[in-house]
Design a protein around this ligand. Structure first.
Ligand code: HEC
Length: 209
């Protein structure tokens, strides 16, 4: 290969580079790409991210696990043990005194603020209604969430089996214990509720289409 040929090759490469640059400039001059201020499809990035993300785990149900179906088989001995956590503030024997908290004999099924000579918070005093199993389940799960401004400074019982046991035991501390719900009936009621929810969702979907 002589110098002449090398020069031609170098010149060719330079021309090619120049051509690319010039064509690029001309292209830009002819076509003005208008940048969009906002994406036309506003969710595109989220959607793309979402499309590849694993399906979100179903949200944990808010609030305490239900205990109705556990009451009938709850262990009263266990309930008495759990009550040790309450005993610094509560007595549960008939005719027993109020302590920091009111006497709890007969509280299950009784009105909120069931003791006459105890000075309740407004949250309890003005609540209205009665302490059924479900109300007690909510209250004992997290007292401060259930009753605004409650005087009961107790963090709560996080274990459903503890709540079921102590509620069943408290129910036995009464002149008129409530009948414990039949677990089969509770399950049937839950299944019926789910079926109704499912049907409502189906109707909603059908209407939306
Ligand atoms: C640190 C003291 C304390 C502890 C521990 C405590 N309580 Fe209480 N409890 C109270 C006070 C004070 C009240 C009154 C609350 C109010 O007026 O807001 C109360 C109210 C209640 C009520 C409502 C009574 C009514 O007449 O309406 C129930 C039911 C109850 N407590 C159950 C329990 C149980 C069950 C436990 C144990 C798992 C427990 N408490 C632990 C202080 C306590």
């Amino acid at each position: 290969m002589n110098t002449m040929e090398i020069n031609k090759i170098v010149a060719g490469v330079i021309c090619a580079v120049l051509l690319v640059v010039v064509v690029g400039k001309i292209g830009n001059a002819l076509v003005h790409p208008d940048e969009l201020e906002a994406p036309v499809y506003p969710f595109s990035e989220d959607v793309l991210a979402g499309a590849n993300a694993p399906a979100a785990a179903p949200a944990a149900p808010a609030g305490p696990e239900p205990i109705l179906a556990m009451l009938a088989s709850a262990d009263l001995g266990q309930g008495e043990k759990v009550f040790k956590k309450c005993a610094s503030c509560h007595e549960a024997e008939k005719g027993g005194p109020n302590k920091t908290g009111p006497n709890l004999y007969g509280v299950v099924g009784a009105a909120f603020g069931h003791v006459g000579d105890f000075s309740y918070s407004d949250g309890i005093a003005n609540h209205g209604g009665t302490w059924g199993f479900e109300e007690l389940n909510e209250f004992l799960y997290k007292p401060r969430d259930y009753i605004d401004g409650t005087k009961m400074s107790f963090g709560g019982l996080k274990k459903a089996s503890d709540r079921a046991a102590v509620i069943a035991w408290l129910n036995s501390k009464s002149d008129n214990p409530l009948a414990l719900p039949d677990p089969a009936a509770v399950e049937a009621a839950n299944a019926a509720e789910e079926a109704v929810d499912g049907a409502a969702d189906a109707v909603e979907e059908a209407v939306a289409q």
